[in-house]
Design a binder for this molecule. Structure first.
Ligand code: HEM
Length: 99
């Protein structure tokens, strides 16, 4: 919910807008430590950089072989359990790209 605060993230806080991070995480919002996915301070996530690298590498490998889209049966029902989670799952249809 903190990541959707319009005072911090701007009027488009609820929009999926990866471009807000184009100048780095520290400049994406009104406060440089606004992104709390990995927490902040002395006990913040030690694996943050590795996790981001891993996510990019994994996504790049998937995108080389598959196109994907949200399945028609998807129901938009975000639930706030500290982080936002899809209450009814997030079914995705993967299509194998031509070799
Ligand atoms: C998307 C992936 C990840 C997310 C969202 C995440 C998030 C977090 C958060 C929020 C904390 C702070 C917990 C607290 O305040 O008590 C944390 C701590 C920690 N994370 Fe991660 N993490 C991720 C991946 C990883 C990976 C890949 C590693 C190791 C390779 C890792 C190792 C740790 C460790 C060791 C701590 C404890 C740091 C300490 O207490 O000093 N995390 N993580």
């Amino acid at each position: 919910m903190l990541h959707r605060d319009e005072e911090v993230w701007g009027a488009d806080a609820a929009e999926f807008n990866p471009l807000r991070f184009r100048d780095g995480v520290g400049r994406a919002a009104a406060h440089p430590n606004a992104l709390l996915s990995f927490s902040i301070g002395s006990r913040s996530c030690i694996g943050q950089d590795f996790a981001m690298l891993e996510a990019k590498a994994t996504l790049a490998m998937i995108l080389r072989q598959f196109a994907f889209e949200v399945a028609p049966e998807y129901v938009h029902a975000p639930a706030d359990f500290l982080t936002l989670q899809p209450m009814q799952g997030l079914p995705v249809v993967l299509k194998l790209l031509d070799p």
